[in-house]
Structure formats: structure tokens, C-alpha cells
Ligand binder design. Structure first.
Ligand SMILES: Cc1cc2nc3c(=O)[nH]c(=O)nc-3n(C[C@H](O)[C@H](O)[C@H](O)COP(=O)(O)OP(=O)(O)OC[C@H]3O[C@@H](n4cnc5c(N)ncnc54)[C@H](O)[C@@H]3O)c2cc1C
Length: 407
């Protein structure tokens, strides 16, 4: 039997929502539920809000990510923290020649302003209260009890603790979600691509020529066989990513000794970027100590669905539809999923809508949206990493931007 909150009486005393994962998706959901007084708790594996670096910058799209922030009442705060100058885009070929330059968007009502991931997390956390997020809670497994009104969820954490009595469980815990097994046994397939990433701090002082090479925002470099993207983050840090078509466990099988960071990166450059501009090589080799990462990338294919139904549990963001960075939509989808899920839960809380019906409708919509993006990622990966000429790739970007401004 599915039950609506309104039909149960005083909703805040009865319904408890567990959100597993305090990434952009889970926290956006929390910030929207908060002013609606719909009770929730976020369980996040990080020990605290500052316990690890949060990665690079993200462009927040007007029609999805910004809409979610608006629903949470956070657009004014977002505008204070967004970086419109970072929307500048340079496309270079592997020799370093500029093939397309697109200037920054207008400060007035920008379509896709950038924000550092840590700033975005800070913005969302500042809108919550102390008890809303429980830190250091890595979900090990979740199970549903049988009981009155359809049962509740028990959460078992890696630290040996247990929480119980949650009526609704939301998995917002990313690509390797521990909630997803309640709905599906299918893991996200490997894309065929690893990303080698580096980070250089204090770039203006230490490497001004690299700062000039990258520009104020994103600088993408293509050869037809590999793709490099360097991004200037808010704190004068440049993060650089090399996307290479290799086997899944290439970090281990490459024969590169990654324990000696500088030597490892020099060997990597010799293998994948030996005929690239010196600036590109330096963006890797001069990486701050300890900031090198090598990651295989995973993505669900178009038309992916959850295998099983289980009343009261759903997923959002990468937990629902992990995607590669090649459509630039992962975080926006996660935030927009949060928006759509909050609207669905609002209907349950204030109109007495049946939980299962609204969740089923929500899942149909988010999986359809993600399916189109997954297809775009696959297409772009094929275009950028395997086989197209630099001229063909430049033509694709020209079409995307409606013609170069000054190429
Ligand atoms: C190199 C790279 C670059 C990218 N660049 C872009 C970009 O430019 N634009 C874009 O839109 N997207 C980009 N993406 C994709 C984007 O980062 C993700 O799609 C987005 O972060 C998904 O948000 P999420 O909240 O669903 O999941 P995540 O951001 O993965 O957040 C999940 C949260 O859950 C926590 N968690 C995980 N497991 C558990 C557990 N067992 N228990 C409790 N908590 C847990 C994690 O610590 C984390 O805080 C990029 C991805 C990569 C790898």
C-alpha cells in the first residue's frame, strides 16, 4: 500500500527522509526541502566539510542547475560566488595554436557561469543547519524492514553504527552508490577512457606563461587521439585533465612508476603528449606534489533503467545515471534531479500524493534526460579521442558556438 503524508496527519512527525551523499545533488535536495520544513538528514562519508579537496570548477546551467538554486532561494548568494570571467573558452590544437576563442559571457544574467566545486558545496552547506548533515557516515548497506505503512529503511554505516526508521531513502552517493543495489545490480560500465589530472597552485606568480596560455576559463586542446582540458579555478589554481583511450586498470598496467610523481608524469607525457606544445607538458609535469590523480571513467549507456522496484527508495545524480564529463552536464543533472525530486516530495507532503506514483514519474523523467546526455558523451568521446582530425573537431566547436569570435 502506498500512503501520502497528508493522509497520515502531521507530516513532520511521521515522514523521515534519509539522503545518502552530500555532493551537489544531495545537498541541493536538502536546501530545497529545508524551507519547506520537510524533514531530512544527509549522511556524508567525508569527515567534515573541509576534509578533502573538492576538485575543479563547474558551469551551472540556467535551465537546470540555476533553476534548482532558485527553488532553494540561493540565487543571490550564487551570484556573489559565481565566476563569469571563467566562461572564456579557448580551443587549441596540440601544437598550442589557438583554433577558436570565445570570450566570457556578459555579467548580466549569464547562461553558464562557473563556480569552484568547493564554493558550491560551501554555498549549499551554509543554507543548512548543524544537525542536517551527519559527517563521517559512510553507508555500507541499506535494507528495508517489513512493517506498518510499507516498512522503513535501516542504514548500516562503515563505522559500525546503524540508523533506522527512515520512510524514504534517497541515494545521492555518486557513481558507486551503496543505495543503488536496492534497485539494481548493474554497475556502470567503463567508458574506455582514463583521466590523468594535475593541479598547479599560485599559477600567476609561479608560472605566468602557463596562466596566459590557459586564459581566464577553460582551455581545451585536441589532437584527435587525446584531449586535454585546463581550467583556471577561483584561487589562481589551474587544474588540467588528460583524457586518454586506454584499458580500465591502465594505472596499474601502464608500467609507469606513479610513486615518483615527477618521473611518472614525464613518462606519461612521453607516451601520450610528446608532440604537444611545451606549455601542455608543463601543465602536467609541474603538478603540485600529491595532486596527481589517475581515474578510470564510468558511465551508464543511453536508455539505462533501474531493474527493480522497491517502494520508498530512489536515486539522483551520478548514483542514478553516472555520466562521463564529455557532455558537461553531470552536476547540472544532479542538481536538476534534486529540484524534480523536491517537487515530487512536496506533492506527497502537501497534497497527499502517493509516494510510489510521484517517484515513478520522477524516475522516468530523470532517466530520459540523462539518456540524451549519455548519448552525447559517447558521441563526443568517439569524436575527440578516436579518429577525427583536428579540423573536424574544430568545425564541431565552431558549429556549437555559432562561429568563432576570433580564431
Ligand atoms: C574529472 C571530472 C570532471 C568533471 N567535470 C564536470 C563539469 O565540468 N561539469 C559537470 O556538470 N560535471 C562534471 N563532472 C561530473 C560531475 O562531477 C558529477 O556528475 C556530479 O558531481 C554528480 O553529483 P552527485 O551529487 O550526484 O555525486 P558526487 O558529486 O559524486 O557526490 C556524491 C557524494 O556522496 C558521498 N558518498 C559517496 N559514497 C558514499 C557512501 N557510501 N556513504 C555516504 N556518502 C557517500 C561522496 O563523498 C560525495 O560527497 C566531472 C566529473 C569528473 C570525474
Amino acid at each position: 500500500m502506498t500512503v501520502g503524508w497528508a493522509s497520515l496527519g502531521e507530516r513532520t512527525d511521521i515522514q523521515r527522509i534519509a539522503i545518502v551523499g552530500g555532493g551537489p545533488g544531495g545537498l541541493t535536495l536538502a536546501t530545497i526541502l529545508k524551507p519547506l520544513r520537510i524533514p531530512f538528514t544527509v549522511f556524508e562519508l567525508d569527515a567534515s566539510r573541509n576534509s578533502r579537496g573538492q576538485g575543479g570548477m563547474l558551469d551551472i546551467h540556467k535551465e537546470t542547475g540555476q533553476l534548482a538554486l532558485q527553488k532553494a532561494g540561493l540565487m543571490d548568494e550564487f551570484k556573489k560566488r559565481m565566476r563569469v570571467d571563467a566562461t572564456e573558452f579557448l580551443l587549441r590544437d596540440n601544437t598550442g595554436a589557438v583554433r577558436l576563442h570565445h570570450g566570457a559571457e556578459s555579467e548580466e544574467d549569464p547562461e553558464r557561469p562557473e563556480i569552484d566545486r568547493a564554493e558550491l558545496r560551501g554555498l549549499l552547506l551554509d543554507a543548512l543547519e548543524g544537525d542536517d548533515v551527519k559527517w563521517g557516515k559512510k553507508l555500507a548497506s541499506a535494507a528495508k524492514t517489513t512493517g506498518e505503512a510499507g516498512g522503513t529503511f535501516d542504514l548500516h554505516f562503515a563505522d559500525g553504527t546503524k540508523e533506522d526508521g527512515y520512510n524514504i531513502l534517497v541515494g545521492a552517493d555518486g557513481t558507486w552508490s551503496r543505495v543503488r543495489p536496492l534497485r539494481s545490480d548493474v554497475p556502470p560500465p567503463y567508458t574506455g577512457m582514463n583521466i590523468v589530472s594535475t593541479s598547479i597552485s599560485d599559477i600567476d606568480e609561479r608560472y605566468p606563461h602557463l596562466a596566459a596560455f590557459v586564459g581566464n576559463g577553460s582551455c581545451m586542446m585536441v589532437s584527435g587521439k587525446a584531449l586535454v582540458i585546463a581550467q583556471r579555478n577561483g584561487n589562481a589554481t589551474v587544474k588540467t585533465y588528460s583524457c586518454i583511450p586506454v584499458e580500465e586498470n591502465w594505472k596499474e598496467t601502464s608500467g609507469i612508476d606513479w610513486t615518483d610523481q615527477k618521473k611518472g608524469l614525464t613518462d606519461f607525457i612521453d607516451r601520450f603528449h610528446s608532440d604537444w606544445a611545451d606549455e601542455v607538458k608543463q601543465l602536467f609535469v609541474e603538478c603540485d606534489e600529491g595532486e596527481l590523480a589517475v581515474r578510470p571513467i564510468y558511465m551508464f549507456p543511453a536508455n539505462h533503467k533501474f531493474e527493480r522496484k522497491l517502494s520508498g527508495v530512489t536515486l539522483l545524480g551520478d548514483a542514478a545515471h553516472a555520466i562521463s564529463p564529455f557532455a558537461g552536464t553531470g552536476v547540472n543533472n544532479a542538481m536538476y534531479d534534486a529540484f524534480e525530486l523536491a517537487v515530487a516530495l512536496e506533492k506527497v507532503a502537501f497534497e497527499g500524493a502517493p509516494v510510489d506514483e510521484v517517484l515513478e514519474d520522477y524516475e522516468k523523467r530523470i532517466l530520459k534526460r540523462a539518456s540524451a546526455d549519455s548519448e552525447e558523451c559517447r558521441h563526443n568521446q568517439e569524436m575527440w579521442l578516436t579518429g577525427k582530425s583536428v579540423d573536424e573537431i574544430v568545425a564541431q566547436f565552431n558549429a556549437m558556438f555559432g562561429g568563432a569570435e576570433d580564431s
